[in-house]
Design a protein around this ligand. Structure first.
Ligand code: GLN
Length: 470
């Protein structure tokens, strides 16, 4: 099939499924077909390792050929002047970006219900959420429209939706992938992450977008390993740590059983299972919900109706224009975070909340460093539950925040984590296991994930996919 026809089919799939799933905020038919034609003419370029591969990109990652809304009214159809480095690198490698995906507003949320443009539906059960905040990218992959998609992670926004949608999701080490062009939520935690139908899809994309970038001083000049080449390495004698004390309160029984089974499966594959502890992990959400809103209150100050996107009508003074624009432009969750952040940074409270949280963050990180003296990776559930019903937690922010109880600590520590499907619940909903590793150990995580997928595949598919099978 010609590249053009292939991309046309993918665009048709994206459009047809979008009516049911709402995973794309924009589908770039004209742009993608034009690019397909151009690529077809230059087929000889050997550097293009993903020549003609369709990829979806979360709508908080800048693309100069189309909108970057962050799922927010305040940006609306704002169009950036430049491509994010990750996007630029994918294009150089021959990718075709077919659309921008739906998300919780400014990546704040765990269900996609905070999008200003409507919820995304889970293709396994459309009465349920896909997880968030990168739910649109997760669904674009899970429903089979694309093999891989970019998302973003601040506290679990790639791994948790990957788990809810039965696919693989990676949050890399802080500094592995450039954040240039990723709209800031909480800069000390944010990373671009990757969804794939398999770990191999992720390994391929990561090989392309990882590495030092002159535009992002927090990227590291550390060799990018051969992620694809290491996927099938023997995992015998790899040590996997189990912090069993965390498998307690709030953990769904079926999720627990499934992850316990996965631990047994790893043992059968030759890995050594070691019991260990992460004593400060119980504070991770408390710390996360102080540090991330603090950074939000600063990062989101730039959206004032002057520089980007939406400006409210009817204001008589400059201050009124700022106020009205932010009042009408931001949704409830974003406002909640801005207020929380402003509060924890305010004089008199800074020491008690923000400074204290930073100290606990250091302890959390130290826990992981100690743990990695004894093991190569740590296994936990990705999320405490399977996909919940749309509306079930939307009025209860604290219940929603618990979705990230197993993931937020890794963002705080800066280390990488991956979610891999490991089973189905009695309601036929996917369950994910999480593997966490030390800095720059994405190769080990992908290897462990790939071996698991091959030996213990999910053998089930969502109700709604492009052709009923993947
Ligand atoms: N669910 C978390 C939050 O609402 C994490 C979001 C994310 O990783 N972007 O902040």
């Amino acid at each position: 099939m010609s590249l053009r026809l292939n991309i046309e089919k993918i665009l048709d799939n994206a459009e047809n499924l979008n009516e049911k799933l709402n995973s794309f905020l924009s589908i770039e038919r004209e742009y993608a077909l034009e690019r397909a034609d151009k690529l077809e003419k230059n087929f000889s370029d050997k550097k293009q390792t993903i020549h003609g591969v369709a990829i979806a990109v979360k709508d908080n990652i800048c693309t100069k050929f189309t909108q970057t809304s962050c799922g927010s009214r305040i940006l609306g159809n704002y169009r950036p002047q430049y491509n994010a480095t990750a996007v630029e690198k994918l294009l150089d490698a021959g990718a075709i970006i077919v659309g921008k995906t739906n998300m919780d507003e400014f990546a704040m949320g765990s269900s996609n219900e905070n999008s200003a443009f409507g919820s995304v539906k889970n293709p396994w059960d459309t009465t349920r959420v896909p997880g968030g905040s990168s739910g649109g990218s997760a669904v674009a992959v899970a429903s089979g429209v694309v093999r891989a998609a970019l998302g973003s992670e601040t506290g679990g926004s790639v791994r948790q939706p990957a788990s809810f949608c039965g696919i693989v999701g990676l949050k890399p080490t802080y500094g592995r992938i450039s954040r240039y062009g990723l709209v800031a939520f909480a800069s000390s935690l944010d990373q671009i992450g990757i969804f794939g139908q398999t770990s191999k899809d992720i390994a391929e994309v990561l090989s392309i977008i990882a590495g030092r970038d002159a535009h992002d001083a927090t990227t590291a000049d550390i060799t990018v390993p051969d992620y694809v080449g290491e996927l099938n390495k023997d995992i015998k004698n790899k040590k996997i740590g189990v912090p069993r004390a965390l498998f307690g309160e709030g953990l769904d029984e079926e999720v627990r059983n499934s992850v316990e089974q996965a631990i047994e499966n790893y043992r059968k594959l030759g890995a050594e299972i070691v019991e260990m502890e992460l004593p400060h992990s119980k504070y991770s959400l408390a710390v996360y919900y102080i540090i991330s809103p603090a950074e939000v209150s600063s990062n989101l100050a730039r959206f004032d109706g002057v520089r980007y996107g939406f400006r409210a009508e009817g204001a008589h003074t400059l201050r009124e224009m700022y106020n009205l624009t932010r009042e009408e432009g931001f949704g409830a969750e974003v406002k909640r975070r801005i207020m929380l952040g402003t509060y924890v940074l305010s004089s008199g409270y800074y020491e008690a909340y923000y400074a204290k949280a930073q100290k606990v963050r250091a302890l959390l990180k130290q826990d992981f460093m100690n743990a990695f003296e004894k093991c190569d990776a740590i296994i936990t559930p990705t999320a405490p539950t399977t996909a919940f019903k749309i509306g079930e937690k939307s009025d209860d922010p604290l219940a929603m925040y618990l979705s990230d109880v197993y993931t937020a600590s890794t963002n705080l520590a800066g280390i990488p984590g991956i979610s891999v499907p490991c089973g189905l619940s009695s309601e036929n909903l996917p369950i994910g296991l999480q593997l966490v590793g030390k800095n720059w150990s994405e190769n080990i995580l992908l290897n462990l994930a790939n071996v698991y997928e091959n030996e213990f595949p999910l053998n089930a598919k969502p109700q709604i996919t492009v052709d009923g099978k993947l």
